[in-house]
Design a protein around this ligand. Structure first.
Ligand SMILES: [Zn+2]
Length: 425
């Protein structure tokens, strides 16, 4: 039996998109997480983590399957950034999951050129672009409020919809910030440990002020990070698409998520997530060129079973971050401090979702199909192509990103340009 799914009416002229029910989505995400090997999973009862998944929904069959998942709560400080593209700066669940989704997309793009394979894409010879099947939509799920703007909300108004009151012990935990235990704030606000970014760093500023709609860097007590909060990244993907600049150069349009399911109704708030992900753009002059748009995903709450490794103040955050991606041969790897767990200089081994390995996927597509695509003309020596130059070839994408920063994300943290100059050696 299939649940009757909600129908999300888009504000544009597009036909309504059916969205799988929140509890069904959460259930399938937990089942997929349970089905993968225990490598990198938290120790039950001792550790906690956040789980994020992207599920593919086929409208005519109503089949729902997880194509990418990520766990994790860590990111590295600015002094540990690598110029080789081999380290993950950000290992939060949402980011792990999205990078796993990029692997999935590259795999599907390769399959589209193989008549023996089924793919979500087909190649349009006249456009020289890959097109995604109109029968497919993607749905994002996460077990905790994304860090940053979506974590700031008034608990009392959020909880007024609740039927069951939590015990006092649970209630006291609601007032603790997600990411930092030591911040003092009002008693009725769920707040974030993600830090505000200021242009003028000479004047002392309150990095922890709980103003809404602002860009923040990731929470954490160690060395400051240049990684942007998950709320801001989700908002960026909600305009530019989940596929990023490189894959966009291969496609006819960006790939958006059609819904976001939040799975912890005690620590998440639908209105705060809406604000963080798209409503905060609505009062600005920002209006992206087509085919880009400010997507308006349905944001829903699962009230079914909770994640068994959910955040618990009596437990430690798990040190590793998992990425799992549904490919012909599924990828399951664990990141610790931004590197593949267990890899040594001698043994080598990299995360398949590191920038350089994802760039290698792009490189493989170019090597095979460059004559069919409309990206680089003539014979190009791809071995000397720098990552930053490949990204800047995606001109429509870069223009929308530039305008989004001009009109809204004015203080987006920039990393040193050297970290994007690597080539595939
Ligand atoms: Zn986060």
């Amino acid at each position: 039996m299939v649940n009757i799914d909600k129908v999300k009416k888009k504000s544009t002229s597009m036909s309504p998109i059916a969205v799988p029910d929140a509890d069904r989505l959460a259930k399938i995400c937990y089942q997929t997480f349970e089905s993968i090997s225990k490598t990198g999973k938290p120790i039950l009862g001792k550790e906690w983590t956040v789980l994020s998944c992207i599920a593919k929904y086929e409208h005519h069959t109503k089949d729902l399957e997880v194509v990418s998942l990520g766990t994790g709560t860590r990111c590295i400080g600015r002094s540990l950034l690598s110029n080789q593209g081999d380290k993950l700066n950000d290992s939060h669940a949402e980011v792990m999951c999205r990078r796993g989704f990029l692997l999935y997309l590259y795999d599907e793009i390769s399959k589209a050129m193989d008549p023996e394979e089924n793919s979500i894409f087909s190649f349009n010879e006249s456009k020289k672009k890959f097109e995604i099947s109109s029968d497919i939509s993607f749905h994002f799920m996460t077990t905790f409020a994304p860090c940053g703007d979506a974590s700031i909300f008034d608990i009392e108004s959020s909880r007024s919809e609740e039927v069951i009151e939590p015990s006092e012990s649970k209630r006291s935990k609601l007032h603790e910030p997600r990411d930092e235990k030591s911040i003092d704030n009002t008693k009725t606000t769920n707040f974030t440990g993600a830090k505000l970014i200021y242009k003028n760093t000479e004047v002392p500023q309150d990095l922890m002020a709980q103003s809404i709609g602002d860009v923040r860097t990731k929470p954490g007590r160690g060395e400051p990070t240049l990684s942007i909060s998950c709320s801001d990244k989700l908002a960026k993907w909600n305009v530019l698409g989940l596929q990023g600049a490189l894959i966009y150069s291969l496609l006819d349009k960006p790939i958006y998520y059609s819904s976001i399911t939040l799975c912890d109704h005690q620590h998440c708030d639908i209105e705060a997530a809406k604000r963080a992900i798209w409503k905060r753009f609505t009062n600005t002059k920002f209006s992206p060129e087509k085919p880009f748009t400010v997507n308006q995903p349905l944001i829903q709450m699962s009230r079914g079973k909770k994640f068994k490794y959910e955040r618990n103040m009596d437990r430690d955050p798990a040190p590793g971050s998992i990425v799992w991606s549904k490919l012909k041969k599924c990828v399951h790897q664990v990141s610790v401090n931004g590197k593949l767990q267990g890899a040594t200089k001698k043994s080598g081994g990299r995360l398949k979702i590191s920038k350089i390995e994802l760039f290698r996927c792009y490189f493989e597509i170019l090597k095979k199909f460059n004559d069919k695509l409309n990206i680089f003309e003539g014979d190009v020596d791809f071995t000397s192509l720098r990552y930053c130059d490949a990204k800047s070839q995606s001109t429509e994408y870069q223009q929308v990103w530039k305008n989004l920063k001009r009109d809204y994300f004015k203080v987006w943290a920039t990393k040193p340009s050297e970290i994007n100059m690597f080539i595939i050696s």
